[in-house]
Design a protein around this ligand. Structure first.
Ligand SMILES: Nc1ncnc2c1ncn2[C@@H]1O[C@H](COP(=O)(O)OP(=O)(O)O)[C@@H](O)[C@H]1O
Ligand SMILES: N[C@@H](CC(=O)OP(=O)(O)O)C(=O)O
Length: 556
């Protein structure tokens, strides 16, 4: 059976045939640069895979790409003829506001004004929980484990959360009933935790979901109250399908067409600004609520951006963009005007709290620019993250610190010439499901660091480490070094000699010994491992050298 390409949401959907395919393809988004499709299994309409249809700049064709390569080509003018008229009314961008941006009624009002100050945009809004609600929910859960059922209603954090959401509703002039149901269930859940005397990862995710569910309901109600039509969505009800890795779930491919279809269909049939919960998903096996890891609303936003093929993804924070280093470490950090997806991903992965580590992936795959802006200072230009940027003058872009890292020095017990040593070492980490961050290696020895977040999210940290070492000691002498920090120099590795020369000068002047260094395949990151106690001082000194004094003229 030949496959066909249907353009959903169009009044007279054209159909294209794909002679060699046996699936049907349904368009779920259209933008000037990217169209996304889902391939459906004809027998039961389940999603087979997503397909990106990208504009070929030179020729007047769109190219359909399947996993294995191109499967067919469509004339661009045919598509444009089919989709014209619809594009004018499509959703244009996604705007994500983090907890700091929606921390109070006043902040919510300012965010509403900010959204309305872009009359030409038809945005999808993604919100995090208000202020520190997620932390408070987790604390309340931990207290419930040991406080006894009768004392749950006295948990300070529960009362703080109730008060914050009631007060916010009152101040915005929306009914408290918009969150009352959630607050009641939240209290029941805490009583359940108190009764069971345990807080599983699955329950933790359900517990923290109340934060985003309530902030989005209040905000949507407020927009409607001031005459701006808005519709609230729980991400786990509109197709955010994830793995069942509670507290750290990954988004599955099926999410893109499902989310696009739901948001587009609703928008076309009854336009209202979508207000979507960040951070949350639904486990594909368990059907339970999952979360995408702390700070996961950024990932929700980029996922929606890619799913709908939007023009731009905006993440609104409480800082003037991505900065040259963490402002909590060094207050003279400066905004970085431009970054590539690769630089931003390294920066996020190596610990810059400003972006979720996985959030660049959908944006890069969809080639959708990400703008990091300050909701407290909207006129600041922020940071623009795109596929490419002019690197000819770039040396160092940002310095990132990841603290409390565990490092292992592993030396083979057999001497030179032993093959398979590294393979054995890494298979041990694979078997135990532990991620490795930075590696430096020779034929018979290797030093590596373990991803702290992957360890922290588990309970048996010490036992797990003991187990790793026990396994490694069967083939090597192992030295465990804790309380180390990774300082990542994100920048133009084409200039690595200059970066290293300056960095080592700074470190020597400050009497710091580097314990490991790695410049891997990534063209944007050099990692230095130092002791935790020296790390912040190093970052400040490096910042002064790279960003506050003139660097030598660069050869072009
Ligand atoms: N390199 C960096 N650039 C900008 N902010 C950073 C950086 N490193 C750490 N941060 C911290 O990240 C915070 C913003 O991220 P986050 O708290 O997740 O924002 P939100 O909750 O608004 O999404 C800033 O307030 C800042 O303290
Ligand atoms: N509320 C969640 C998700 C999130 O993304 O928050 P924020 O945007 O405030 O970092 C958290 O605190 O992790």
């Amino acid at each position: 059976m030949a496959a066909s390409l249907r353009f959903s949401g169009l009044k007279t959907p054209p159909t294209y045939s794909f002679p060699k395919q046996t699936t049907s393809l349904q368009c779920h988004s259209a933008s000037p640069t990217l169209l996304s499709f889902a391939a459906f299994r004809p027998s039961n309409s389940s999603i087979l895979r997503n397909i990106s249809l990208r504009r070929c700049c030179e020729s007047r064709v769109f190219r359909v790409c399947c996993q294995g390569g191109n499967v067919d080509v469509i004339q661009r003018n045919e598509f444009e003829a089919a989709s014209s008229g619809e594009a004018e009314n499509q959703l244009t961008c996604v705007m994500k506001f983090g907890g700091s941006s929606v921390a109070s009624a006043e902040r919510m009002r300012e965010v509403a004004d900010l959204i309305l100050s872009f009359p030409n945009e038809r945005p999808v809004i993604v919100l995090s929980a208000m202020g520190k609600t997620t932390n408070k929910l987790l604390l309340a859960g931990e207290k419930a484990v040991s406080c006894g059922v009768t004392n749950v209603d006295a948990i300070e954090e529960l009362n703080f959360i109730k008060d914050l959401h009631h007060r916010t509703a009152d101040e915005l002039g929306v009914e408290r009933s918009i969150v009352d149901g959630h607050l009641e269930v939240l209290e029941q859940l805490l009583k359940g935790i108190a009764m069971m005397k345990e807080l599983t990862l699955r329950t933790k995710d359900y517990l923290v979901s109340f934060g985003e569910c309530m902030s989005t309901r209040i905000f949507a109600a407020y927009l409607n109250k001031i005459g701006v039509k808005a519709r609230q969505y729980d991400a786990f009800e509109i197709g955010f399908i994830t793995t069942d890795d509670f507290t750290n779930a990954d988004i599955l491919e099926a999410t893109y067409p499902a989310v696009a279809k739901r948001l587009n269909d609703d928008w076309i049939s009854d336009p209202a600004i979508p207000i979507v919960t960040g951070f949350l998903g639904k486990g594909w096996r368990s059907s339970a609520i999952t979360t995408l890891g702390r700070g996961g609303s950024d990932l929700t936003a980029t996922t929606i951006g890619k799913a709908l093929g939007l023009r731009e993804i905006q993440v609104w924070k409480d800082v003037d963009g991505v900065l040259t280093c963490d402002p909590n470490i060094y207050q003279h950090a400066e905004p970085v005007p431009y970054l590539t997806f690769e630089e931003a991903a390294e920066l996020a992965y190596f610990g810059a709290q400003v972006l979720h580590p996985q959030s660049m992936r959908p944006a890069r795959e969809g080639d959708i620019p990400v703008r990091v802006k300050n909701s407290y200072n909207p006129n600041a230009p922020g940071t623009l993250i795109t596929r490419n940027r002019d690197m000819s003058k770039a040396v160092l872009t940002s310095i990132v610190l990841k603290r409390n890292v565990t490092m292992l020095d592993i030396v083979s017990t057999r001497m030179l010439g032993q093959f398979g040593f590294l393979a054995k070492v890494f298979s041990i980490f694979e078997d135990l499901g532990i991620s490795v961050d930075v590696v430096a290696t020779s034929e018979v020895s290797t030093s590596l660091t373990l991803d702290p977040s992957k360890l922290w999210s588990r309970e048996l940290i010490q036992q797990e480490l003991d187990h790793v070492i026990e396994e490694l000691e069967k083939i090597a002498v192992v030295n465990l070094l804790q309380h180390r920090s990774i300082i990542s120099l994100i920048g133009n590795v084409q200039r690595s000699s200059l970066i290293l020369e300056k960095a080592f000068h700074v470190l020597r002047t400050n009497g710091v010994n580097v314990q490991m260094i790695s410049q891997g395949a990534s063209k944007v990151n050099i990692s230095l491992i130092v002791h935790d106690t020296e790390a912040e001082q190093c970052v400040r000194a490096l910042h002064s050298t790279f960003f506050e004094s003139d660097l030598p003229e660069l050869d072009q």
